[in-house]
Design a binder for this molecule. Structure first.
Ligand SMILES: Nc1ncnc2c1ncn2[C@@H]1O[C@H](COP(=O)(O)OP(=O)(O)O)[C@@H](O)[C@H]1O
Ligand SMILES: [Mg+2]
Length: 256
């Protein structure tokens, strides 16, 4: 794979300039989540306030169990918080019904699941075009949007394979293509590079940074991948369900 030039995330100033009014793309206020496991209550989030503005490229970092996936799932309306409020593009997604949540996701965001969630009976290409097909995009247009992305992530010649014929890393890349194929304004991705070698993961990051710079796509990742963290502009660190720190990544921070 040829090395592509390093693209960096849109600057916070550019992000601020792109704001419509003071409109945050994601606004979370006092978000708590307590899972019920039988009689045991498992607190996963303990009062999270977070604003993410259009064009930001944000990593949610923190140890395993700190609440990263829970927060992404709540923003993606895959689950309801126990308390608090979450607005996405001004819309309250806190208490959406299942059907409304599904329509909201289809219209507004791409989601890369930690477990990929590919459909086993569909080919690589069919999985990648799945959300476009659901959204009613015509066949030729789907192909025009999907094939360059599959080629870009090194899977152009795998289009007719089924997920079980692919490695974990290849499945992960299809899940990413599926999430970005409709060019959504917001992409949420849970550990999108967890099963990739550093070259493949660098390549995928280049693609996401390009979408961020050229299309203004907002990305929010959960990750503890040091390469990803180093190239994000903003790192929100979670610890035990709370935001421990929120600021420039170490690579971007001015040296003392
Ligand atoms: N469906 C669930 N049921 C019960 N507990 C859960 C569930 N999902 C996550 N948890 C718990 O919530 C906490 C936060 O988990 P998670 O959001 O998955 O963290 P991370 O993604 O940072 O590893 C952990 O203690 C985890 O065990
Ligand atoms: Mg997780």
């Amino acid at each position: 794979m040829s090395a592509s030039p390093t693209v960096s995330a849109a600057s916070p100033a550019a992000a601020a300039a792109a704001r419509p009014g003071d409109g945050a793309l994601i606004r979370a206020r006092g978000v708590t989540k307590v899972y019920q496991q039988g009689k045991i209550e498992v607190p996963a989030l303990r009062g999270v306030d977070l604003d993410v503005h259009p064009r930001e490229f944000v990593v949610l970092a923190g140890a395993s169990g700190s609440g990263k996936s829970t927060l992404l799932n709540l923003v993606g309306a895959l689950d309801h918080p126990t308390a608090g409020e979450i607005l996405v593009a001004g819309r309250d997604v806190t208490h959406l019904s299942r059907a409304k949540a599904a329509r909201f996701r289809l219209a507004s965001l791409g989601f890369v699941f930690q477990a990929y969630n590919l459909v086993p009976v569909l080919t690589c290409y069919e999985n990648a075009e799945y959300t476009l097909a659901l959204a009613g995009v015509a066949r030729e247009e789907r192909e025009r949007l999907v094939m360059p992305l599959l080629e870009r992530v090194g899977l152009g010649d795998m289009r007719d394979r089924k997920p079980h014929e692919l490695s974990g890393g290849q499945q992960q890349r299809i899940a990413v293509v599926r999430a970005i194929a409709s060019r959504p304004a917001l992409v949420l991705a849970d550990e999108p590079t967890a099963n990739l070698d550093s070259e493949t993961s660098g390549n995928l990051l280049d693609l996401m940074l390009e979408l961020n710079a050229e299309h203004g796509t907002t990305f929010v990742f959960a990750s503890h991948d040091p390469d990803l963290i180093a190239r994000a502009r903003r790192v929100v660190r979670l610890r035990d369900g709370r935001i421990e720190s929120d600021g420039l990544s170490e690579a971007e921070a001015p040296r003392a």
